[in-house]
Design a protein around this ligand. Structure first.
Ligand code: FES
Length: 152
């Protein structure tokens, strides 16, 4: 039976009727049409679906949307826009930190929240803390360079 859910998405308060079984990923993509967040494995293994919930990065495919009642969600669309990019988005462009681009929104959301968590200082730490975000093109070296650029 549909249930009412109220949450903030990219600064906008949204109230939505959803089935309790809908994941946060499907809510974002199918109901709110925020398709920047990608569905890769849908099983918590690739990180393509990473968004920021109350300041922490989460795999949105593993979260039931209904559990996020009252939360603040930020997706790649909320971080920046053409002409007004987030520094992490600009750094990914400057360092060619993508090839096909499918994993990029998740990589960027993960990197932004990781820096806010404050644990990454060296490139080894960045690699370790970003290990939940896979890139099938293997652009890892440039991804780490982009994140280091933002950290410096
Ligand atoms: Fe969520 Fe792969 S789609 S971790």
């Amino acid at each position: 039976r549909p249930t009412s859910l109220t949450l903030t998405v990219n600064g906008e308060l949204r109230t939505i009727e959803i089935e309790p079984s809908v994941t946060l990923l499907d809510l974002l993509r199918e109901r709110l049409h925020l398709t920047g967040t990608k569905k890769g494995c849908d099983q918590g293994q690739c990180g393509a679906c990473t968004v920021i919930v109350d300041g922490k990065r989460v795999n949105s495919c593993l979260q039931l949307a209904i559990m996020k009642d009252g939360c603040e969600v930020v997706t790649i669309e909320g971080l920046g826009a053409p002409g007004d990019l987030h520094p992490m988005q600009a750094a990914f462009i400057a360092h060619d930190a993508f090839q096909c681009g499918y994993c990029t929104p998740g990589q960027i959301c993960s990197a932004v929240a990781m820096i806010d968590e404050g644990h990454a200082t060296t490139s080894d730490e960045i690699r370790e803390l970003m290990s939940g975000n896979l890139c099938r093109c293997g652009a890892y070296t440039n991804i780490v360079d982009a994140i280091e650029d933002v950290l410096s």
